[in-house]
Write a protein that binds this ligand. Structure first.
Ligand SMILES: [Zn+2]
Length: 53
């Protein structure tokens, strides 16, 4: 059940110790030059661990 929803996600939404952050690949726009951002699925946000490097 706790599977990342996008390639750029490190964890599923709501996972303890993680939170939403801007997608670095697209800078939060959800788009890259060639189209929708593959890492965040076009949402501009990814889920990643908090407090890590
Ligand atoms: Zn993105």
């Amino acid at each position: 059940m706790a599977e990342p929803t996008h390639p750029g996600d490190e964890a599923a939404p709501g996972t303890p110790g993680t939170g939403e952050n801007w997608c670095r690949t697209c800078g939060g726009s959800g788009r890259i030059e060639t189209g929708a951002c593959p890492d965040c699925g076009g949402t501009g946000k990814v889920v990643e661990g908090i407090g890590g490097a």
